[in-house]
Design a protein around this ligand. Sequence first.
Ligand SMILES: Nc1nc2c(c(=O)[nH]1)N=C([C@H](O)[C@H](O)COP(=O)(O)OP(=O)(O)OP(=O)(O)O)CN2
Length: 136
Amino acid sequence: MFYLTRKEQFNSAHKLYNPNWSREKNEEVFGPCANENWHGHNFDLFITVKGKPDPDTGFVMNAKDLGAIIKDKIIEKLDHKNLNLEVDFLKDKLCSVETIAFGIWNEMEKCLPENVQMHCVRLHETQKIYVEYFGE
Ligand SMILES: Nc1nc2c(c(=O)[nH]1)N=C([C@H](O)[C@H](O)COP(=O)(O)OP(=O)(O)OP(=O)(O)O)CN2
């Protein structure tokens, strides 16, 4: 099995806020990330797919095609957007980096060629924080 990874980037605004909690509790748990006037991140996104190389090309899939899918289905929707308000697959969700990675996985999974599967969504929210989601 081979694993092919493509890196892309997007910049987005969000807030971490649980509407079932008081403002005080949100501030206690999420700190400045609960700021009601939003805050932003430069996200680094690594999408890894897996499969067997096609004998005619030597490719699991063409990395350019993978890039086109990521740009069309993910970056176009998230870049320079408010994740809580403007992104169909994140709307009204608690937009932690985990939730965003999970949403990206689900969007990507629908768009891959038949012989290629998702392996990992790795999403860096800051220089110090990232998640990896492997499905399930
Ligand atoms: N499990 C998670 N924990 C945290 C998330 C998250 O999505 N999942 N998100 C945040 C904040 O949104 C944000 O990422 C924190 O940024 P920042 O305050 O800059 O935190 P850093 O650790 O990168 O930087 P420091 O300056 O060291 O605080 C918080 N937790």
